[in-house]
Design a protein around this ligand. Structure first.
Ligand SMILES: [Ca+2]
Ligand SMILES: [Ca+2]
Length: 240
């Protein structure tokens, strides 16, 4: 049994060694550092190359969505997930940041760290109706921001209060069936999650698109007329 374990370990190390010579088998992409420069991360470890860093990060934790690699010090630093620790690092010049999937700066997306996680966002500079906002996100290969977890909802309210400072759409509608709210990625709203402001949704004067506005103090969601013109947020995928 011990022999088998050693054999397995040897095969694993050979696999990792091999990774450093081939092309990257992962779907991670090199991205620019977040504008504000620091990420909350887990404990680093030594790694031979960036590919083995990314593969090992996923082997250690299936939730690994990003990692930094310092080729000079040969250190791998997992990052960006709530389940990791609270160490904060400001990356050096030589450190490379890789993130799973695309977070394309040419389309206006950037990494936005908030508390203990990082997400990839596009923040609109214009105010438009819900269907147009949905289409703008779709053309960027993304969807309107969803908030299926409390941390994502907290980040939404944070952005509304601190960045937009005004009414903002969120990717949630009951356009298909009155009273049945569905997130833009197709998942039904979990009724046990408290997203709505008091007495909402009320479908007042036909309201099928969700967002937040002055009427609910920007502190929770309200169903609103889809023709209203609001700010919006796109995300290429949702990590949480
Ligand atoms: Ca409605
Ligand atoms: Ca309403």
């Amino acid at each position: 049994m011990e022999f088998l374990c050693s054999l397995f370990r040897l095969k694993f190390y050979l696999y990792i060694l091999d990774l450093c010579h081939g092309s990257s088998p992962t779907d991670f992409n090199l991205v620019n550092f977040p504008r504000n420069g620091a990420l909350r991360v887990g404990a680093p470890w030594r790694e031979r190359c960036v590919t083995s860093c990314l593969v090992t990060c996923q082997l250690k934790d299936a939730g690994c969505r990003s990692a930094m690699y310092d080729p000079e010090k040969k250190m791998c630093i997992p990052g960006s997930q709530v389940s990791y620790g609270n160490n904060e690092v400001t990356p050096s010049f030589t450190t490379l940041l890789y993130v799973q999937g695309e977070c394309n700066p040419n389309e206006g997306f950037f990494l936005y760290p908030h508390n203990s996680f990082v997400t990839c966002l596009f923040l609109s500079a214009e105010k438009i109706n819900y269907v147009d906002a949905r289409e703008k996100c779709r053309l960027k290969g993304s969807h309107l921001y969803t908030a299926k977890s409390q941390v994502k909802l907290d980040l939404f309210i944070h952005l509304v209060l601190n960045v937009f400072r005004g009414p903002t759409w969120i990717g949630l509608t009951d356009l298909d069936h009155e009273g049945t709210f569905v997130w833009e990625d197709g998942e039904m709203l979990n009724r046990s999650m408290k997203v709505w402001a008091k007495n909402q949704p009320d479908n007042w004067d036909i309201e099928n698109c969700a967002g937040t506005n002055y009427y609910v103090n920007y502190s929770a969601l309200n169903d609103l007329p889809c023709s209203d013109q609001y700010s919006y947020i796109c995300e290429p995928y949702s990590w949480l």
